[in-house]
Write a protein that binds this ligand. Structure first.
Ligand code: URP
Ligand code: ZN
Ligand code: ZN
Length: 460
């Protein structure tokens, strides 16, 4: 099986030039001018199109058991949607309940993914409880190729861990050279504020933000920074949403803390007024940390542009507006948290980041692909276009014009947070290790071809 992609404008985090790309089997074999196609090759004309390295979403929740239900996408539906949107690798969060062992969590996620994914995937291993058994199991899971942990400072009584567990988990991560992704919100403040708001009769979606204002997130980040500084662990702040939290992370970085930062496409583009929409419409926009005041958005874009923030993810956690969000119709604390975006991240970032001049093309590729590959031990297999790299390629058509709509989306959820938003560009062809998986917005790949990416710790 071989592919010759002719005359595309190759854009990576650092390079930009027009050339042909020859793919033999699963990897890129040559890049150059006027390359001759092997006899069995499919030739794809990419004239007038960009060729990007496959995009990487470092934060998804596929079939997450959460708040009394499950996020809607399975490994098949989620990775199919990812591919249609140009994402060729996802990092999914293994989130065992506190009643489950780490080993059971790992096995559960493996059973859900094996033979069912359409694009490649890896995991961040959720540490939702820490004791001697967990430590032993976590060592085995790292040895099996999961070289990043995930911890929650939020979700009291569910995924959240206490400070004793946090300290021990970070010490183990430091010892193993594992990077720790962290949800930073002070869980006690959230729980107390929720109680106060409900007691005062504030049950609607607008109160979600009041229960978890920026200071609650900023305290979570400050807290994590203190623990990271004292343990020397490398940490990755997931879904950072506001300037107050960013300041604590950057201050810690100046003190020498090894911290990388992720924001979400949702925080860059939509704001807390969406969650205030009447008639429970706001529930579509309930996630944690909450969508913030729009005044935060210029700071987030600037931080991305200047390298203070490393990645743009989705935290994809789809819950149906009709069947699942109404669990919180009478009490905002019961609305399943999450805003789907896995399919739309790349097109939105291109349209509202690159086309508006907020990001250059290299930064776009860097924050949506290359940085995640580097931080989590996949570079240059992923996140790069060079001989030897996996042939995960996105031939991107910048002349495409369309609109996002739940009616046409591939994600398995009944609404879109970006309904009606115009997009200016989309993938016309997407390959997964040399196999064409998407043509003109349609999935044409193979269910089950997606592979678990075993990684080794690279963060000492
Ligand atoms: O609201 C969110 N973010 N839902 C998914 C779980 C998490 O906190 O990442
Ligand atoms: Zn989270
Ligand atoms: Zn998440």
């Amino acid at each position: 099986m071989s592919l010759l992609i002719r005359n595309g404008e190759i854009v990576t985090a650092t390079e930009r030039h027009v050339a042909d790309i020859l793919v033999v089997g699963e990897t890129i074999s040559a890049i150059g001018q006027n390359l001759a196609p092997p006899a069995d090759a499919e030739v794809i004309d990419a004239t007038g199109k960009y060729v990007f390295p496959g995009f990487i979403d470092p934060h998804t929740h596929i079939y997450l058991p959460f708040m009394g239900t499950y996020s809607k996408d399975t490994y098949t539906t989620g990775t199919r949607a990812a591919l249609v949107g140009g994402t060729t690798t996802i990092f999914d969060m293994i989130c065992p309940s506190r009643a489950m062992s780490a080993k059971e969590g790992f096995e559960t996620w493996n059973a859900q993914s094996a033979g069912k994914a359409c694009c490649d995937y890896s995991y961040h291993m959720g540490v939702t409880r820490f004791d001697a058994d967990a430590a032993a199991q976590l060592r085995a899971i790292v040895a099996a190729g999961v070289s990043s942990f995930k911890i929650f400072l939020a979700y009291k009584g569910a995924f959240g861990i206490d400070d004793t567990e946090l300290y021990a988990a970070l010490k183990l991560a430091k010892e193993l050279g594992v990077i720790v992704a962290a949800h930073c919100e002070n869980e006690t403040l959230v729980a107390e504020r929720q109680k106060e708001l409900l007691a005062a009769g504030h049950t609607g979606t607008a109160s979600h933000h009041e229960s978890r204002p920026p200071l609650v997130e900023a305290e979570g980040v400050h807290h994590l920074m203190t623990f990271a500084e004292l343990t020397g662990a490398s940490v990755y702040i997931v879904h950072l949403s506001c300037e107050e939290a960013l300041r604590h992370a950057v201050e810690a970085r100046l003190r020498g803390v090894d911290v990388a930062i992720e924001t979400l496409i949702q925080y860059l583009l939509i704001d807390k007024t969406y969650a205030e929409r009447p008639d429970f419409e706001g529930a579509k926009f309930v996630m944690s940390p909450p969508l913030r005041d729009a005044k935060n958005q210029p700071s987030l874009w600037n931080a991305l542009r200047t390298g203070l923030i490393q990645t743009v993810a989705t935290d994809h956690a789809p819950f149906d507006f009709k069947g699942q969000k109404p669990m919180g119709a009478a009490d905002f604390t019961k609305i399943p948290n999450g805003i789907p975006a896995l399919e739309d991240r790349v097109n939105l970032l291109y349209t509202y980041g690159v086309k508006t001049g907020r990001l250059d093309l290299h930064t776009f590729v860097n924050v949506a692909s290359t940085q995640a590959a580097k931080l989590f031990g996949l570079f240059p297999k992923k996140g790069a276009i060079q001989p030897g790299s996996d042939a995960d390629l996105v031939i991107y058509d910048p002349s495409y014009r369309g609109k996002i709509s739940a009616a046409t989306q591939v994600m398995n959820v009944d609404y879109s947070a970006f309904e009606g938003w115009p997009i200016e560009g989309r993938p016309s062809v997407v390959t997964v290790r040399g196999e064409v998986a998407v043509r003109d917005g349609k999935f044409v790949g193979t269910v089950g071809r997606g592979r678990f990416l075993a990684r080794t710790p690279n963060h000492f």
